[in-house]
Structures are given as structure tokens and as C-alpha cells.
Ligand binder design. Structure first.
Ligand SMILES: NC(=O)c1ccc[n+]([C@@H]2O[C@H](COP(=O)([O-])OP(=O)(O)OC[C@H]3O[C@@H](n4cnc5c(N)ncnc54)[C@H](OP(=O)(O)O)[C@@H]3O)[C@@H](O)[C@H]2O)c1
Length: 285
């Protein structure tokens, strides 16, 4: 599980683990146990969001983990609906209070549009206002790094055109079957590290026969192949699981996917998320 001790360096010099634990759909009353289990296994990065309703439990797990705070990396996200400076500043302090931490390692704008209008109207000014609140909290030492999520090129360029601190991260839907190569390249060209959320396609890829056949060829599980794929793309991988056995196996990714197989996975289209297509991020918008 060497991957658990590997890190990237963000544009501001902050080190960020390559593999983190996602916590969407881990209930607040289960989150502390999941976090302490993950840290005991060796995870050093936990991703949450105001929208997940589990910041309190995640923070409890971080504090109870027995590992020094400086060795752990915690990210959370300003709710997608917040598009003004005042509410954003209040929300950042709200996350610090809910987590019970004196700083957050990375805070993101969850989405360029409120979920109810995902990929809809123009929130350019609101995003710049929210970004200003993140910059101020960053300058105050409350946040060690700041970034965005679900931002397309025009959304990212809107922030870049007006910011004093450039986003260090863009957290995107990236998995075998959905690889936004142009957007990833654009982020790289701006020194914005991409994080792959839903690296297992929220579970949908588990049933994909082509991916399963490739995983069999490597003697690994489908989640292991998919997580390794996102790491070899050069992104941070954020698989979610509440199951300690899955946490362990998801970190056993010390194998190499060949260039040819990387191309197969990169060009694959698998964007059917079944019942989960009701969520804006899987709606194809
Ligand atoms: N920024 C955003 O808008 C955004 C959107 C979506 C997600 N995210 C972040 O990315 C994280 C991951 O994405 P996700 O939760 O959508 O999905 P995911 O990590 O792609 O897949 C999670 C699903 O895979 C299962 N799973 C994980 N490891 C497994 C294993 N080894 N064997 C079998 N099943 C396994 C999980 O079930 P078990 O729990 O039973 O293992 C769960 O059903 C989220 O938790 C969140 O932190 C961010």
C-alpha cells in the first residue's frame, strides 16, 4: 500500500496525498468510525463537503484517529448554492466549526452552478465573490489551499481572470468511461491539479464486462484497476467506501497499467449511472 504515503505538490507548495477517502453517503453518525478505520489502515486524506451532512463526524474521526493533525489532509466544499461573499465567508467558518478543526487543508467551491441549475445559468460574478471569501480565509490561515469542483474551462477561466490566488485544484468526475481529457489538459496547463471523484463511477463500473476482463488480466479487482487508472492519469483519486476491507484493497494499487490499456480506458465511454442518473453530476449535463 505504498500509494498511501505518496503525494503531489500543489502550485502553492502544499503536499496533497495521491489517494484519499471519499465520504459522500457515509452518514454523520458513521463517519467518525469510517475515518478512524481509514487512518488506521494508512489513509491520510479524507474528502467531505457541507452538502454531505457529515463534517461533524469526519472531524470527530480526525481528532480521534491518534495521528497528528499535521499528517492528515482534510478537504471540504462550500455548498453549491452559495454564490455571494457574505454567505461564503459564513459557510467557511461553519465548516471549521462543524469539523472542530482550526484549519482545513483544502476547500473547494462545490459546483459552478447551484445543483438545481447545474450547467444552466451564468453565475460568473457569484463564483468570483465566493472565491474572494476563499482567498480571504486562505490569507487568514484558515485554509491551506483552495480550489474548485465541477468547473469547466470557462468557469475556471472566470476565476483565473479575477483572482489574486489561483485555484490549486479542480475536482472532477473522472473514471474509466468518462475522461474529460481536454479539460484535464487545460487544468494542467494552468497548474491546477485535477482530483478524480467517483473513480469507480459511483459503483456503476463494477458491472462493466470490458473493465472486468481487463482487471482479470492484471489479477486485480475492478475498483483497483479503476483507481490505478486515475492515479496514472496524474490525478488524485478519491474512492468512497465505508467498508474497511474495501479501504484496504482500494489502496493495493502498486501495479502498472500499460500505455495501450491506458488508451483503452481513456477512450472508453461508460456513462450509464442507472438509478443515480438523477444526481446532477451523473445526468450528462
Ligand atoms: N465534487 C463533487 O461534486 C463530487 C461528486 C461525487 C463524489 N465526490 C467525491 O468523490 C468520492 C467518491 O465518489 P462516489 O462516492 O460517487 O463513488 P465511487 O468512489 O466511484 O464509488 C463508490 C461505490 O463503490 C463501492 N466500492 C468502493 N470500493 C469498493 C470495493 N473495493 N469493492 C466493491 N465496491 C466498492 C462503494 O460501496 P461500499 O461503501 O460498500 O464499499 C460505493 O457503492 C465521494 O465520496 C466524494 O468524496 C465529489
Amino acid at each position: 500500500m505504498m500509494i498511501l504515503s505518496e503525494a503531489y505538490t500543489l502550485s502553492n507548495g502544499v503536499r496533497i496525498p495521491k489517494l484519499g477517502l471519499g465520504t459522500w453517503f457515509i452518514d454523520d453518525d458513521k463517519a467518525a468510525d469510517a475515518v478512524t478505520e481509514a487512518v488506521a489502515i494508512g489513509y491520510r486524506y479524507i474528502d467531505t463537503a457541507q452538502a454531505y451532512g457529515n463534517e461533524r463526524g469526519v472531524g470527530e474521526g480526525i481528532r480521534a484517529s491518534g495521528v497528528q493533525r499535521a499528517e492528515l489532509f482534510v478537504s471540504t466544499k462550500v455548498a453549491a448554492e452559495i454564490k455571494n461573499h457574505g454567505d461564503a465567508a459564513t459557510a467557511i467558518d461553519g465548516s471549521l466549526a462543524a469539523l472542530g478543526l482550526d484549519h482545513i487543508d483544502l476547500m473547494l467551491i462545490h459546483s459552478p452552478q447551484p445543483w438545481a441549475d447545474f450547467r444552466g445559468g451564468d453565475y460568473a460574478e457569484g463564483n468570483r465573490e465566493t472565491w474572494r471569501a476563499l482567498e480571504q480565509a486562505y490569507a487568514a490561515g484558515k485554509l491551506r489551499s483552495i480550489g474548485v469542483s465541477n468547473f469547466e474551462q470557462r468557469d475556471l477561466d472566470n476565476i483565473l481572470s479575477a483572482c489574486t490566488v489561483a485555484p490549486q485544484v479542480n475536482q472532477l468526475l473522472v473514471h474509466a468511461g468518462n475522461t474529460p481529457a481536454e479539460l484535464i489538459a487545460h487544468c494542467e496547463s494552468k497548474d491546477v491539479l485535477v482530483q478524480a471523484y467517483s473513480p469507480i463511477a459511483h459503483g456503476a463500473i463494477l458491472k462493466n464486462p470490458e473493465v472486468r476482463a481487463m482487471a482479470d488480466r492484471y489479477g486485480v479487482s475492478v475498483p483497483q484497476l479503476c483507481i490505478r487508472y486515475t492515479l496514472q492519469l496524474g490525478t488524485v483519486s478519491l474512492p468512497k467506501t465505508g467498508n474497511p476491507d474495501h479501504m484496504r484493497s482500494n489502496a493495493q494499487v502498486d501495479f502498472v497499467i500499460t500505455d495501450d490499456d491506458m488508451d483503452v480506458l481513456r477512450n472508453m465511454r461508460a456513462q450509464d449511472y442507472g438509478e443515480h442518473s438523477v444526481f446532477p453530476v451523473y445526468s450528462g449535463r
